[in-house]
Design a protein around this ligand. Structure first.
Ligand code: CA
Length: 224
């Protein structure tokens, strides 16, 4: 899952980015409104974290612009003021939730998780495909009750596929949602990670169904 943080206070922005990366998200950071709007309209994100008071274009106008352009990425607005008008203005402009500064990282994380869960309609933090389970809060992955140890990127790839279980996901979509803007992604990077994932979720479970399918010419699909 990939997140864009737009925050002109470098210390806060960098702290949020580092914290979210430790939680296995791919994160891009913009320090002003114009760069933020640019990234939000050209890249694919699963959630935006948007400060309201920004140089260039303010957060309210970024929200409005994105919604006008039919970009429905969930938006969490950060506001320095605890004034109600600001929150209402943010929510009326198309934001999905808000957080008043100062906030704890745990609170930010809980809200981001809730917003990312929202589009799939499921409020259950445990994703399931057949007997494969992925807990998006503890990061525990199990198959048939047996724990599977994944690297950060393997986990992110599996989470993305499982959130779209049953749907064909292209290599481009995977790159957009699992890696950030600054990551070096080589043409065969996705294949390499798909192979690593198969070695962990399928190879050790010889008598069980293959869950991860390659749809030649289109991409990949995970399904029971
Ligand atoms: Ca600010």
């Amino acid at each position: 899952m990939r997140i864009l943080v737009v925050e002109d206070e470098h210390r806060i922005g960098t702290t949020i980015k580092k914290g979210l990366e430790l939680e296995k998200y791919a994160v891009d950071l913009a320090f002003d409104g114009r760069d933020g709007l640019d990234l939000a309209t050209t890249e694919e994100y699963d959630c935006l974290i948007l400060d309201l008071m920004l140089p260039g274009i303010d957060g309210i106008n970024i929200c409005k612009k994105l919604r006008q352009d039919s970009i429905h990425t969930p938006i969490l607005v950060l506001t320095a003021k605890s004034q109600t008008e600001d929150k209402i203005l943010g929510l009326n402009s198309g934001a999905d939730d808000y957080l008043t500064k100062p906030f704890s990282f745990e609170e930010l994380l809980a809200r981001v998780r809730a917003l990312i869960r929202r589009p799939s309609g499921s409020q259950n933090p445990v994703l399931k495909t057949g007997d494969l389970e992925l807990d998006t809060i503890s990061y525990l992955v199990e198959r048939g009750g047996r724990e599977i140890s994944l690297s950060g990127k393997e986990y992110s790839l599996l989470e993305y596929l499982m959130r779209h279980s049953g749907k064909i996901i292209s290599k481009e979509q995977i790159i957009s949602h699992v890696w950030n803007y600054d990551d070096d992604v080589l043409p065969n990077t996705v294949e390499v990670y798909i192979r690593k994932l198969r070695q962990k979720i399928e190879t050790p479970f010889k008598n069980k169904k293959l869950l991860l399918k390659t749809i030649r010419g289109f991409g990949y699909k995970i399904e029971n």
